[in-house]
Design a protein around this ligand. Structure first.
Ligand code: TXA
Ligand code: MG
Length: 332
């Protein structure tokens, strides 16, 4: 993964000037990391194949992963995706916000085939973060944006995380402070039966309440333990930190650090080299905002294993547990 020699990464506080400059960088095929309400995204002009290719290069990302196209509003989304009644209802309920819809592409969809990995479907999201919205509105074209980390690292929830992964590889980072949600968007495939392709920032239960029916589970590929080809980006090891991750820990073993949840700590916690609590009051939304940052911080302690307390699998807990399971599988 080469750092482009001489590429200076400009780091700017969010504001009118940096939004205008981000739109200019995107228009010339450059890469801009910017805050969304879920995680920081690494943006490129979705209609420019050379710019999209640079995303894969900067992240060291397998080129078969299709990307999400971010747009400012529903009108812009309708120019690239075909909305059926399910998609229309979900967009009305959750946009702008942390929901991505996978839809058939329109016949004249301007997003490059590289961004959709040549699929005839496209993933679309209207983010709610004011800085993301300002950049999308000013730029006026769809922006593809995977999370702004090196492939396989945990997703960035602050500009400092982005900086530590991508400085020297991208043109610009817009710093809008820590994000509000902390896990990526929920991805729903609007197929004959609506399908939960990735749990995320909108809990499954809220989506099912709008649809009036259960979301289908994607069929899993036993070999890769992923949902290919419906959600080809769901590499099992996507979120792996360097340390081993041990889930459902009911006690802390010697030499482990602890990722805790809730008021009651497990046996051995007092001897842990480090303890970070996702939410001492057991609040899942608070836990989501801390998840990736605490994984990074515990990984940086050089402990061999991160023990993780059980997290309830309801609401945002489904997305948190999904990311933790991926972290626990480790990198190939
Ligand atoms: O919250 C988020 O969604 C963040 C922020 C930056 O917006 N972005 C993000 O992008 O997480 P990324 O590239 O890490 O995740 C894209 C997900 C992957 O699971 C990918 O497989 C799925 O969307 N996806 C994209 N296009 C698809 C398609 N045509 N069919 C099925 N899944 C698709
Ligand atoms: Mg990612």
């Amino acid at each position: 993964m080469p750092v482009i020699p001489g590429l200076a990464t400009e780091i700017c506080p969010a504001g009118e000037a940096s939004v205008a400059s981000a739109a200019r960088v995107l228009a010339t095929g450059g890469l801009v990391a910017f805050p969304t309400e879920t995680v920081y995204g690494l943006g490129a002009d979705a209609t420019n194949p050379a710019a999209v290719a640079r995303i894969y290069e900067a992240k060291g990302r397998p080129a078969f992963n299709p990307l999400i196209s971010h747009v400012a509003d529903l009108a812009a989304a309708r120019r690239i995706g075909v909305f059926d009644t399910t998609a229309t209802a979900l967009a009305a309920a959750f946009w702008p916000g942390p929901l991505t819809l996978v839809l058939p592409k329109t016949w004249d969809c301007a997003v490059s085939d590289l961004a959709t990995s040549g699929l005839d479907t496209i993933a679309i999201r209207v983010p709610s973060h004011p800085v993301a919205r300002a950049i999308l509105t000013t730029f006026g074209r769809p922006v593809v944006a995977p999370s702004a980390n090196i492939s396989g690292h945990v997703s960035p929830t602050t500009a400092a995380h982005v900086q530590s992964d991508l400085v020297g590889r991208i043109e610009m980072i817009v710093d809008g402070g820590p994000v509000a949600v902390g896990v990526e968007s929920t991805v729903v495939g609007c197929f004959d039966t609506p399908m939960l392709l990735r749990p995320g920032g909108v809990p499954r239960e809220r989506i099912e309440a709008v649809l009036g029916c259960a979301l289908a589970q994607p069929p899993r590929n036993a070999e890769t333990d992923s949902a290919q080809p419906l959600a080809p980006g769901m590499l099992t090891s996507h979120y792996a930190p360097r340390a081993r991750v041990r889930l459902e820990a009911s006690a802390v073993e010697a030499g482990e650090v602890l990722l805790a949840f809730g008021p009651a700590l497990p046996a051995g916690a007092a001897h842990a080299a480090a303890v970070m609590n996702l939410s001492t009051r057991g609040d899942l939304a608070e836990a989501a905002t801390h998840l990736f940052g605490y994984l990074r911080a515990l990984d940086a302690t050089a402990a061999r294993t991160i023990a993780v307390m059980p997290i309830p699998n309801e609401g945002l807990g489904e997305a948190i547990n999904d990311r933790l399971r991926r972290a626990a599988v480790g990198r190939e």
